[in-house]
Write a new protein. Structure first.
Lengths: 486, 95
């Protein structure tokens, strides 16, 4: 059961081969067995989960609740929940319990999923390794000395270790896709505006987008069907007709035009990553897909542009954490200004402070035009590169990350080294495009490699379908880390 | 462009983050590394390019100006560090 897809689990629940209570107990048992080593969860609530499972079983017994009722899931701890605290991986929110649920939380609850816990993450989603969490680093189930990626590293590690069949994440510069790649699972960042940001602790609002992390592409579709949809409480939520993200699972590969940017296959990429991704590309070509060589000339500027825009928006968004209305407040202070400064010095970790300072700098008088406005202009150039590319191809294929998982601590001393890990993932959020990552093999050290598919706006169903066809022919996505055996 | 220790203290003040004198050097070093990275995009010719503020071009939605939320002050203030009579408590700002 633990390695079954959501569709299989749903069928088993319907056929009464297993109950949601049993399934939830299995997940809780595995969390108890492995979480101490993996640190994938910040909070787990057994009794709430089992109550929800009972309700889901009752719903199934009435013949309702397909396909997700009774499926145990976990939320990244950036989604506000009334029942569990929402820490965002920060001391600032260590004891914060939200008075309301995020839209995604509401939607998945309405679908009948069973929330078992909240997943570890980089503090305020700022990081690519889950090392900046106030609650300590999460660990990669394939090798516990390594990071699971980030910022949704707890969610990816939890799914990879089969602690839960699915989890939510958020992606601002790669925070769903990169941990999915490094942990050997699937993750989708939807088109900006498809999933409501209501109740998601804001990092960089013009980039933030929530999405699912699961074992298979077909599972991503089932989760997206519940997560996506218009929500008037998010001013950037898009009003679009309801769609079935699983409608293209049988998509035709013959004649599919796959864009292959030369910038995604150049220097600086691990040989093992390149080999696995090229083998994936070759598989699609063997099915009749057509390779379209192209260029994304501004893609190297993605990381510098991202590290202007995201900190700028973050410095503004995180100004709300002032010790007045919620969250941490320093103990001793001389006046209001001193209270703000001490509260924020104590409540935020080093990476978050650093990004707030960078953001403050690029928005400050005399530097705004040279940094922030310039970054917004180059952002337009990056988006145009994609628009031009999608005149010639249906989707773009490449590696999700230039490396496989790296050692905890290896990149902590140099922020630039860490940031460059995002080189292939930052462009999609800058342009607002959907992209997903699926496992496509292993490097010589036995670590999973992620293959990224990027599509035009609202092409999630096609991306999922294209990935699903690959997963019908391969079993990379069903491999279980040997450190967390079934 | 490199920052000076004074710049760091000025930014920290603007950002309302207390930085101890012994931390300033390490913060300065990391900020300068990040600025070295982002400086790469400054030389790009962007003459005539419209800044892209958002991923998707959407116009602000409007709704009728009517009351829809009920008063939930108690609930929202239940997570505050200090409240009194429905007001948030902060250190005295007026002598």
């Amino acid at each position: 059961m633990l390695n079954a897809t959501l569709r299989e689990l749903s069928a088993a629940l319907d056929a009464k081969k297993v109950s949601s209570v049993e399934l939830t107990r299995q997940c809780l048992e595995r969390i108890g067995r492995f979480n101490q080593q993996l640190n994938a969860f910040i909070d787990v609530d057994e009794s709430l989960a089992l109550e929800a499972a009972k309700r889901a079983d009752a719903r199934r017994a009435r013949g309702e609740g397909q396909p997700l009722a009774g499926i145990p899931i976990a939320h990244k701890d950036i989604f506000c929940t009334r029942t569990l605290r929402t820490t965002c991986g920060s001391r600032m929110l260590e004891n914060y319990v939200s008075p309301y649920d995020a839209h995604v939380v509401e939607q998945l609850e309405r679908a009948g999923t069973v929330l078992v816990g909240k997943c570890n993450m980089d503090e305020f989603a700022m990081g690519s390794s889950t090392e900046t969490s106030h609650f300590g680093p999460a660990r990669n189930p394939w090798d516990k000395r390594l990071v699971p990626g980030g910022s949704s590293g707890g969610s990816a590690a939890a799914v990879a270790a089969r602690l839960v069949p699915a989890a939510t994440g958020t992606d601002t510069g790669g925070s769903i896709r990169q941990p999915a790649a490094l942990s050997g699972v699937c993750g989708l960042k939807p088109t900006y505006g498809v999933v409501s940001r209501y109740g998601i602790v804001a990092f960089a609002s013009s980039l933030d987008q929530a999405g699912p992390i699961a074992k298979s592409a077909a599972d991503l579709a089932l989760l997206m069907n519940a997560m996506a949809g218009f929500d008037e409480r998010d001013s950037t939520s898009l009003e679009r007709p309801k769609e079935d993200y699983g409608r293209s699972l049988g998509t035709e590969l013959k004649g599919l035009r796959i864009g292959v940017p030369k910038e995604y296959f150049g220097e600086g990429i691990d040989a093992g990553v390149l080999r696995a991704v090229e083998a994936g590309l070759a598989w699609y070509e063997a099915q009749g897909a057509r390779r379209v060589d192209l260029e994304l000339p501004n893609s190297a500027l993605g990381v510098p542009v991202y590290y202007v825009i995201a900190p700028a928006e973050a410095s503004s968004n995180l100004s709300r954490f002032d010790g007045v209305r919620y969250g941490h407040r320093a103990q001793g202070y001389s006046d209001l200004m001193d209270m703000y400064c001490r509260t924020r010095a104590e409540g935020f970790g080093d990476e978050v402070k650093q990004r707030i300072l960078v953001g403050t700098y690029v928005l400050s008088h005399g530097y705004y035009d040279a940094y922030y406005l310039q970054a917004q202009k180059v952002r337009r150039l990056i988006a145009r590169d994609f628009a031009r590319a999608f005149e010639r191809c249906d989707l773009i294929l490449g590696p999700t990350s230039p490396t496989t998982a790296f050692a905890i601590g290896a990149k902590a001393s140099d922020p630039v080294q860490m940031y460059l890990n995002d080189i292939f993932t930052v462009s999609a959020p800058l342009a607002g495009l959907p992209a997903l990552s699926i496992p496509c093999g292993f490097d010589e050290a036995g670590l999973p490699v992620g293959l990224q598919l990027t599509g035009n706006y609202f092409s999630e169903a096609r991306l999922i379908g294209t990935a699903h066809r690959y997963q019908q022919a391969t079993d990379w996505h069903l491999r279980v880390p040997k450190e967390t055996p079934l | 462009m490199s920052l000076t220790p004074d710049d760091v203290l000025r930014l920290a003040r603007l950002a309302r983050i207390a930085i101890q004198p012994d931390e300033a050097g390490a913060v300065l070093d990391r900020l300068n590394r990040v600025l070295g990275l982002i400086d790469q995009m400054r030389a790009v010719d962007t003459q005539g390019i419209e800044p892209m503020a958002h991923a998707v071009d959407v116009v602000q939605r409007l709704r009728p100006d009517e009351v829809r939320e009920s008063d939930q002050r108690k609930l929202y203030q239940s997570v505050a560090p200090g409240v009194q009579d429905g007001l948030y408590l902060v250190p005295k700002v007026i002598e």
